[in-house]
Design a protein around this ligand. Structure first.
Ligand code: GAP
Length: 511
């Protein structure tokens, strides 16, 4: 077993593969960039995260700002929709990222992810060194190259860091790319549309062109009136949907963080325009609280309000936009977005009203106030894969004192396996007692029955899987009708009566 003394991304990725949390997609053929598969433990963890979101957002009826239960209904729309949806939403025309190619190395970068280091007030004949945002050693390497070029050590005050996008054409011409030695090999940034295209039917022409959705949100907007007309919901209310989204990211990276196929958990909450601030504040705080409650409490989770320069056009005069962000090992000391909460105004409903030709007839009618209007929207939009990755990074706890050298400190609610049931040895009636207990507990909880290998090895496997409890049937169980319960984090052990184990688990895990 290798030494795992720090929470490094290499150690986390290696555990994910070894224990079946996350695999590279189509690994036997060399993989495919930006696509990931979840193994048995990972699929269970992600499913638990999504179930927690669905239960808490759709089914639980949270108390709203005035204490009245918040009304949210669910939806499942298709991944491929009429292409006009994406023209109306602005994705076909405007869902672009700036892309830069290196003519020498053939690498491709997101231009807005490239940073540059040069000497302040550099006169003619200077050079600028590019490096990638989030690359731990990037700035140190760029500094070394710069010092080699000017043939002396440089003081911090002499250095100038800026975004590649902010460089002039002259400055770009003297810039050395992140993985080259020559200047001027990076192309000018070009806009690249992130929509995945496909064709419906046998004939592959422009008329048959369709897109894989880049967000689940538009499926909700186009169904707004279907939901209002077919249910009893009235504004304020929300429509929630989770499912796959696809973006042809220029540079997928950081494990599952930026993938080309990923899953979103989105809520579009429809409100009267006058109530935007109240509902924005409510969802902003609620979503931050939720991520804390499922195990991301502590300094690694922050709520960051966007400044005006960052706001999308539809949010400029709105109640606000913020992100729930997590300090991943690859973003530290910075943070990466898990979820955005945005006041999207009535932008999307108006766009669809105009593009589908219904215009003002598509306004919502409030029977109580006799008012017709386009509701505004507060949108909490989260990533299930980023959430799962954050749970994995947060749970990963190096501990050289135990055989596994690491344990996964998952909240019991999201832990893939809730308890391991282990007969100490394969004789003296222990397996039979264990199997009976397994069958009883299995009705309510995901538990695992294992008789193979030493008890130490079985504990180690459960520590790596993040299983909160291990229940051991030993030589005394037949006579005292009790099992030893081992708690994952403290490794403390207590004796619990066989007929009280179900109650014990219900209380600790939640029934
Ligand atoms: N409807 C709004 C919307 O889609 P977004 O900020 O583009 O907003 C929402 O995406 C969430 O989806 C992000 O906070 C992130 O968790 C997840 N997400 C977006 N792009 C992703 C990608 N390429 N890989 C993994 N997750 C992604």
């Amino acid at each position: 077993m290798s030494q795992v003394s720090e929470k490094s991304m290499d150690a986390i990725v290696s555990l994910c593969r070894r224990r079946g949390f996350i695999f590279q997609s189509s690994e036997i053929y060399g993989g495919i960039n930006g696509f990931w598969d979840y193994g048995p433990l990972g699929a269970a963890l992600k499913r638990n995260l999504k179930n927690a979101w669905w239960e808490d957002v759709v089914e639980r009826e949270l108390p709203g700002p005035d204490g009245t239960p918040v009304s949210v209904v669910g939806l499942e729309s298709t991944i491929i929709m009429n292409p006009k949806v994406w023209e109306a939403s602005g994705h076909v025309g405007g869902f672009n990222d700036p892309m830069v190619d290196c003519k020498e190395s053939k690498s491709r970068y997101r231009a807005d992810h490239i940073l540059c280091l040069g000497v302040k007030g550099q006169a003619e004949g200077g050079q600028i060194y590019a490096f990638l945002e989030g690359d731990d050693d990037g700035i140190a390497k760029a500094r070394k190259k710069l010092e080699k070029y000017v043939k002396r050590d440089l003081a911090d005050e002499e250095l100038d860091t800026c975004a590649f996008m902010d460089l002039s054409a002259e400055e770009r011409a003297i810039t050395v790319g992140p993985d080259t030695k020559e200047v001027g090999t990076l192309t000018e940034p070009r806009m690249f549309n992130l929509m995945f295209e496909t064709y419906c039917g046998a004939i592959r022409n422009e008329d048959a062109k369709a897109y894989l959705r880049p967000e689940t949100a538009q499926g909700i907007f186009v169904n707004f009136h279907n939901v209002v007309d077919s249910t009893r919901v009235r504004v304020p209310f929300g429509i929630a949907q989770m499912g796959k989204s696809f973006r042809n990211e220029v540079t997928p990276r950081n494990f599952t963080f930026r993938s080309r196929e990923f899953e979103q958990m989105e809520l579009e909450f429809f409100i009267h325009p006058d109530e935007a601030q109240t509902w924005y504040d409510f969802w902003r705080n609620e979503r931050y609280r939720w991520w804390q409650a499922i195990g991301l409490a502590g300094d690694n989770l922050i709520l960051r309000d966007h400044d005006t320069a960052e706001l999308a056009h539809y949010a400029k005069n709105g109640a606000g936009v913020c992100d729930v962000e997590y300090k991943f090992p690859f973003t530290a000391p910075g943070y990466g977005e898990l979820e955005g909460v945005a006041h999207r105004s009535d932008y999307d409903l108006r766009q669809h009203a105009e593009h589908c030709g219904k215009g003002d007839k598509w306004r919502y009618f409030d029977q109580q106030s006799n008012e017709r209007y386009f509701p505004h929207v507060i949108e909490p939009s989260a990533g299930a894969d980023r959430g799962t990755l954050a749970l994995i990074c947060e749970a990963f706890t190096p501990d050289d004192s135990r055989a596994s050298k690491v344990y996964m400190n998952f909240e019991p609610r999201v832990a893939p396996i809730k308890a391991g049931i282990f007969p100490l040895v394969k004789k003296d009636g222990m397996p039979e007692i264990g199997e009976k207990l397994y069958k009883e507990l299995r009705r309510k909880h995901v538990v695992e029955f294992d008789v193979k290998q030493s008890i130490g090895k079985r504990y180690a496997r459960m520590d790596e899987a993040g299983t909160p409890y291990c229940l051991t049937i030993d030589g005394d169980t037949a006579s005292d009708q009790a099992v030893t319960v081992r708690e994952r984090n403290t490794q403390s052990q207590e004796r619990v009566a066989l007929d009280k184990v179900a109650e014990f688990l219900d209380e600790k895990i939640g029934s």
